[in-house]
Design a protein around this ligand. Structure first.
Ligand SMILES: *Cc1c(COP(=O)(O)O)cnc(C)c1O
Length: 791
């Protein structure tokens, strides 16, 4: 039998089009040794694995640097429109392998490290994930980080903007501590600081020469020469999150203005004297409301520094800025108390008041006497404590507002932003999210990428719509066999990983049923949990039946201050403890809580999954991107008609997903008629049994009332109507189990899903942002590689 290919060998057969570099192993070795010697100042007697990782990272980085400088020169010469993507979160994951894959260097590096007696995969494992999200602020506001997506999305978008030749810049915060590391201790989540910079970061370059001041506090002076914000202090104190938001905005806008003013104009190098043409040259995309202060900050610059009239300044701001909404959950919508603003950013508050005055004047003219409408649409919310509604600020200050999946964009027009849609319907758009096929297929699942390329060629990686060509082969036994084989290999690999790192043994022939995402009530890990308990009770009752074996894996972080989410984790681990140690059950059902879910773990588990759980209450998940990653990697989806699941069903055919439960209309109707959890509890015996077990301490023998808060919530104040979808979910899971017994039919369905993935490339998403919001034209043309022997 031929020796199976390694992951690197599989990737070797695929090169991302147009990026195939010269694979010069001997050059790589020379440069590796040069970095070990001159950059790390070590020789091979004293070098550690980490030194080798850094030497390799620096070697690969050199290849990026040449291209990066060439790209900047190209932009400087051509002066294209720039897009600035502002986000408080960038979940970048690791960079080394991604860079090697994108520059088609991986195979050469693998060979070079092999010749040096090193194992490249082992070196790659030393890299820390860059999890630049807000791990800490959940302490103050438990809902702040949780419902807004951990924006792996932003990282996908950067990849696509680069692939599509857009002059794009991501601006965010380089947090010293990323999103916390999750440890599971006695079944509970414990947060640990993510000291990701401890050993340094080879993927960054500090630019202290571009340092700019950022002002806070102080007071506003209206002088004959204009308005001045004076006596500002440097920050310290409590309002950390608002400071972070202003910090990123203030620094970014200074950089945008600097670049705008110093770039060429046509063929002549001129210093632009004013910002009147800013919207022709600059697009600013606000990723959620977190960078909303860009709107008053740009107004402040235009008014106080550039001395523009209000009308002119407002025209520039609104033509430059655009806003993406990511959630409809009310607790996730940012509202900042005016007192805090007044103290920290007094000039911005003044500007916001004036924006609001003019905005309300316009509304009052359109709807004379409609005072309730004015109240609803105001940027200032009245109440015990007056607050600024940041979403309203974003809508008023932008020329485009978009949701992130069709159903979500429709919902915001019909509910959350209805009043705004009525007055400015032209502003509202949809941009269905996507994922980068480079990271989420070629890099993480080279075996599958190769099987696809063998059938339809490799151009699909940059033009994911071509995946539909796979449909020609849907009845082809060899494709069915190859797809099933890759999945089985990925499952074996992940099983080995779990055994090595977590000391758990799982049955690689069982169905891998996976729900990985933030832990949140709306995502309904509890519904999954009730299914687990139901399966368990059924197996116990009829142990000799031909059950479809399942390994159910759940992973995700809970916001540190979100009590219910943390208790949900405890329930999952408790159920696992009972189920996994029950000898009657054996390996027909196993429940694993995957500790510390992050990008690197996603890259491992998703290619190994059979079933993807996307079971949020209809109308609550704006889009989801995890759903797309699973679909592209050959898992079938069990899900509600929510977020992007709706479009996934449309693309793959609804018969190729396991769709169940209430639709948005049903949920709305139930909100009107009233949701009565007790009715379901009393009527459905298996549900009652599961709930009685949780409530009675079956899963927590040492502390019977451990889960009382969850039980009480589910029975009496469940905003997400878990019980209303229980029966449909269980029935649908029965269908899943039945189909899994027929591997050929299962795999055919998988092929329909992969073939339907074309829409969910972030290349498509970004092309639409470029054309329909930013006024830019994407292109696959490459900037010529620099005159560097290494390229
Ligand atoms: C993709 C991804 C998410 C988003 O998952 P959803 O299911 O869309 O909520 C969250 N965390 C990580 C690490 C991811 O890779």
């Amino acid at each position: 039998m031929p020796k199976p290919l390694t992951d690197q060998e599989k990737r070797k057969q695929i090169s991302v089009r147009g990026l195939a570099g010269v694979e010069n192993v001997s050059d790589l070795k020379t440069n590796f040794n040069r970095h070990l010697h001159f950059t790390l100042v070590k020789d091979r007697n004293v070098a550690t694995k980490r030194d080798y990782y850094f030497a390799l990272a620096n070697t690969v980085r050199d290849h990026l640097v040449g291209r990066w400088i060439r790209t900047q020169q190209h932009y400087y010469e051509k002066d294209p429109k720039r897009v600035y993507y502002l986000s408080l979160e960038f979940y970048m994951g690791r960079t080394l392998q991604n860079t090697m894959v994108n520059l088609a260097l991986e195979n050469a590096c693998d060979e070079a490290t092999y010749q040096l007696g090193l194992d490249m995969e082992e070196l790659q494992d030393i890299e820390e994930d860059a999890g630049l999200g807000n791990g800490g602020s959940g302490q103050e506001n438990p809902h702040l980080i949780s419902p807004s997506p951990p924006l792996v999305l932003s990282a996908c978008f950067l990849d696509s903007m680069a692939s599509l030749g857009l002059a794009a810049y991501g601006y965010g915060i380089r947090y010293e501590f990323g999103i916390f590391n999750q440890k599971i201790v006695n079944g509970w989540q414990v947060e640990e600081a993510d000291d990701w910079l401890r050993y340094g970061n080879p993927w960054e370059k500090a630019r202290p020469e571009y340092m700019r001041p950022v002002h806070f506090y102080g007071r506003v002076e209206h002088t004959p020469e204009g308005v001045k914000w004076v006596d500002t202090q440097f920050f310290e104190g409590k309002e950390l999150r608002l400071k972070q938001e202003y910090f990123v905005v203030a620094a970014t806008l200074q950089d945008i203005v600097r670049r705008f003013k110093s770039s060429k104009f046509g063929s002549t190098e001129v210093v632009r004297v004013d910002l009147s043409t800013l919207p022709d040259k600059v697009a600013i995309q606000l990723n959620d409301t977190h960078p909303a202060l860009a709107i008053p900050e740009l107004m402040r610059i235009l008014l106080d520094t550039e001395h523009q009239t209000w009308e002119k300044a407002w025209d520039i701001v609104t033509r430059t800025c655009a806003y993406t909404n990511h959630t409809v959950l009310p607790e996730a919508l940012e509202r900042w108390p005016i007192d805090l603003f007044q103290n920290l950013l007094p000039r911005h508050l003044e500007i916001i008041f004036e924006i609001n005055r003019r905005h309300l004047e316009r509304i009052a003219n359109l709807y004379p006497g409609d005072h309730d409408r004015l109240r609803r649409m105001s940027l200032v919310e009245e109440g015990d404590q007056k607050k600024i509604n940041m979403a309203h600020l974003c809508i008023v200050g932008s020329h485009a507002v978009n949701g992130v999946a069709r159903i979500h964009s429709d919902i915001i027009k019909a509910t959350l932003f209805k009043d705004f849609y009525e007055v400015d319907p032209h502003k509202f758009q949809n941009k269905t999210n996507g994922i980068t096929p480079r990271r989420w297929l070629v890099m993480c699942n080279p075996g599958l990428a190769e099987v696809i390329a063998e059938r339809i060629g490799e151009d699909y990686i940059r033009d994911l719509g071509q995946l539909k060509n796979l449909l020609e082969f849907v009845d082809d036994d060899s494709l069915i066999r190859d797809i099933a084989k890759v999945k089985q290999e990925n499952k074996l690999k992940f099983s080995a990983y779990l055994e090595e790192h977590y000391k758990v043994k799982i049955n690689p022939n069982s169905m891998f049923d996976v729900q990985v995402k933030r832990i949140h009530e709306y995502k309904r890990q509890l519904l999954n949990c009730l299914h687990i308990i139901t399966l368990y009770n059924r197996i116990k009752k009829e142990p000799n039946k031909n059950w479809t074996p399942r390994t159910i894996m759940i992973g995700g972080k809970a916001a540190p201050g979100y009590h219910t989410a943390k208790l949900i984790i405890r329930l999952i681990t408790a159920v696992g403890d009972i189920v996994n140690h029950d000898e009657v059950v054996g390996d027909r059902l196993k429940v694993i809580f995957l500790e510390n879910y992050k990008v690197t773990l996603a890259e491992k588990i998703i290619p190994a999954s059979d079933l993807s759980e996307q079971i949020s209450t209809a109308g609550t998940e704006a889009s989801g991107t995890g759903n797309m990653k699973f679909m592209l990697n050959g898992a079938l989806t069990i899900g509600t008609m929510d977020g992007a699941n709706v479009e996934m069903a449309e693309e793959a055919g609804e018969e190729n997903l396991f769709i169940f439960g209430m639709r948005v209309d049903d949920v709305d109707a139930m909100d009107k008629s009233g949701y009565d959890a007790m009715e379901y509890y009393n009527r459905i015996p298996e549900l009652k049994l599961a709930m009685d077990q949780i409530a009675g301490g079956y899963f927590s023998p040492d502390q019977h009332d451990l889960f009382k808060d969850i039980v009480n919530m589910l029975l009496h104040h469940d905003r997400f109507k878990v019980f209303a979808d229980y029966e449909a979910y269980i029935k649908c899971q029965d269908k899943v189990s039945a189909l899994y017994k027929n591997p050929k039919e299962w795999t055919k369905m998988v092929i329909h899903n992969i073939a339907g993935c074309g829409k969910f490339s972030s290349d498509r998403t970004i092309s639409q942002y470029a054309r329909e919001i930013w006024g830019m034209e994407p292109s696959l043309e490459r900037i010529p590689a620099p005159d560097d022997p290494r390229q």
